[in-house]
Design a protein around this ligand. Structure first.
Ligand SMILES: *Cc1c(COP(=O)(O)O)cnc(C)c1O
Length: 520
């Protein structure tokens, strides 16, 4: 249908509107119908008490099912049935973050009210990079900055926080600030400018893959990444790190940035931050701490001491969408010194930035951020903090750490399980070791166990390779998980191991299949 010209006869002005058939797609009636339907589905999901992991489907099958749900018409209408089918398919294929069987990943269930607000902010957007467009989003940044500054112990007004969509982006942004500060002229001239020695970044052996990518992204080069060795608790060992960095300097490398972890992805280990801060200082290097996972300990009086030394970092980030239970993505990136955030991207374009800084420009985040259009995800955190206060976050986090410790104690008592690392956080690694199995076959068994447990659909575990040994790994993100769930999961592992080994012996001991999976 062509555009209509509507004449408003009741007014002295002639008003033209251009309505098309697609207009009905944006109508309020359909919004209400869809919203009510979705809320019912989600309320059901939240009240379910099934122990369930994930229902994996073969990609070809899922593709066919999804394709069959796509309208054949050039312009479809709202079809409640089709909408319900799509909702169902979405929920069916997802990880069950609210289930007690969900143990494998760092993705979190969210405080339901934040998910409601997520819909509000999608419908009535406040793109957070510009004050004009995202007023409350930019103010919420400042308020959350203030709250966390108190926990870190930094004087108000002396530091700075920006939000990013994910810790991967936060780590990269902080490393850019480090590069621009320590290798002057590099933003305009590139790395060849003013570099007598080759710039290098030092990271721990267990650093997250987003950290090991940074050197490639910001022009340092993977060959200039120095891997620092770990101690028995898989924390960077400061003495050996010092020797290695000294050696690198002698060989003509300039280690301008050291990236430590507070909560490694593999086992949740916290690096010794005071010692690493001293080491960074000694070499004039920037210290960034990837506290994506454990940074949230800041909100808990009980857990905060585990982050001792974080206040010495030049920058650090934490993922509120993991351990502060708000929708993804919501990452807080802190700089110890105010004014540093805008040195990440020292460039100002006229269609975005006015020539004169006014009070509004002073609080807007665009100049400090990689993203242009940006979800105001900080508002979910601010909303929940405003409604519930600190304890709502701290209590759940403390509970998760407590159950993980109980799971560790439980496995210690099981003769056929090995638990090599006492958990610092809510991540626990273990190996199921039936008698007589070691080396490669033990590793292959863990991988096959992960696959079989996942395929059975009750529990979702992950796996990790550490020191050449494949281990099973759980991340407890759901505070309803209890010891009986841990015991149930262990029993299921034993049962699968029994089946596998029996099958092996009848088949004459073929090698178990080996697979790969991405990191979190
Ligand atoms: C999850 C995680 C990341 C990546 O963060 P995203 O928010 O997924 O981009 C980086 N480092 C650590 C330690 C993590 O746990």
């Amino acid at each position: 249908m062509d555009s209509l010209c509507v004449l408003d006869e009741g007014s002295s002005h002639q008003r033209e509107t251009f309505a098309t058939e697609t207009e009905s797609v944006f109508k309020v009636r359909e919004f209400s119908a869809a919203a009510h339907q979705a809320i019912e589905w989600l309320a059901n999901m939240l009240s379910r008490d099934e122990v369930e992991g994930v229902r994996l489907q073969r990609p070809v099958d899922l593709m066919a099912r999804a394709r069959s749900l796509m309208t054949k018409a050039d312009l479809g209408g709202f079809d409640a049935r089709r909408f319900a089918d799509i909702l169902e398919l979405y929920l069916e294929t997802g990880i069950k973050v609210n289930s007690r069987g969900y143990m494998g990943r760092q993705f979190s269930s969210v405080m339901p009210v934040t998910a409601v607000f997520e819909m509000v902010s999608a419908m009535a957007p406040q793109p957070a990079s510009y004050y004009e467009a995202g007023q409350l989003a930019n103010i919420a940044d400042r308020l959350i900055e203030e709250v966390f500054g108190r926990f870190i112990g930094w004087p108000q007004g002396s530091f700075e926080m920006v939000t990013t969509s994910g810790a991967s982006l936060a780590n990269m942004t902080a490393a850019l600030v480090a590069r621009n500060r320590r290798i002057s002229g590099s933003w305009n001239g590139g790395l060849a400018v003013g570099c007598a020695s080759r710039p290098a970044i030092a990271i721990g052996e267990d650093a997250h893959f987003s950290v090991s990518r940074i050197a490639g992204i910001i022009g340092i080069g993977q060959d200039q990444v120095i891997r620092l060795p770990l101690n028995k608790q898989r924390q960077i060992c400061p003495e050996r790190a010092r020797a290695i960095i000294d050696g690198a300097m002698v060989q003509g490398l300039n280690v301008f940035c050291l990236i430590a972890s507070a909560g490694t992805t593999a086992i949740g280990a916290n690096d010794p931050l005071p010692e690493l801060a001293a080491l960074a200082k000694r070499h004039g290097a920037w210290l960034h701490v990837d506290a994506a996972h454990n940074g949230a300990f800041l909100v808990s009086d009980q857990l905060r001491p585990r982050l001792a030394g974080l206040e010495l970092a030049d920058s650090f980030c934490l993922d509120a969408h993991k351990t502060l239970f708000v929708p993804a993505l919501c990452t807080l990136l802190f700089y110890r010194e105010k004014g540093l955030a805008e040195t990440a991207f020292p460039q100002k374009d006229s269609y975005v930035f006015d020539p004169f800084e006014d009070e509004m420009a002073a609080v807007q985040s665009g100049v400090k951020n990689f993203e242009c259009t940006k979800r105001p995800s900080i508002l979910n955190l601010w909303l929940a903090w405003s409604l519930y206060g600190r304890r709502a976050f701290a209590d759940k986090l403390e509970q998760l750490v407590k159950i993980t410790r109980s799971a560790y104690d439980y496995f210690i008592d099981q003769p056929d399980f090995i638990v090599p690392y006492q958990p610092e956080s809510n991540i626990l690694c273990f190996v199921h070791q039936p008698p007589g199995l070691s080396g490669n076959s033990l590793s292959s068994l863990q991988l096959e166990l992960r696959n079989r447990v996942r395929a059975a659909g009750r529990y979702l575990l992950s796996k990790v390779d550490l020191n050449g040994q494949t281990m099973l790994r759980i991340v407890l993100m759901n505070d309803r998980v209890g010891l009986s769930d841990i015991a149930g999961m262990a029993a299921e592992i034993r049962r699968h191991a029994g089946d596998i080994l029996e099958n092996e012996s009848t088949k004459g001991g073929q090698d178990l299949p080996v697979g790969l999976e991405p990191e979190e």
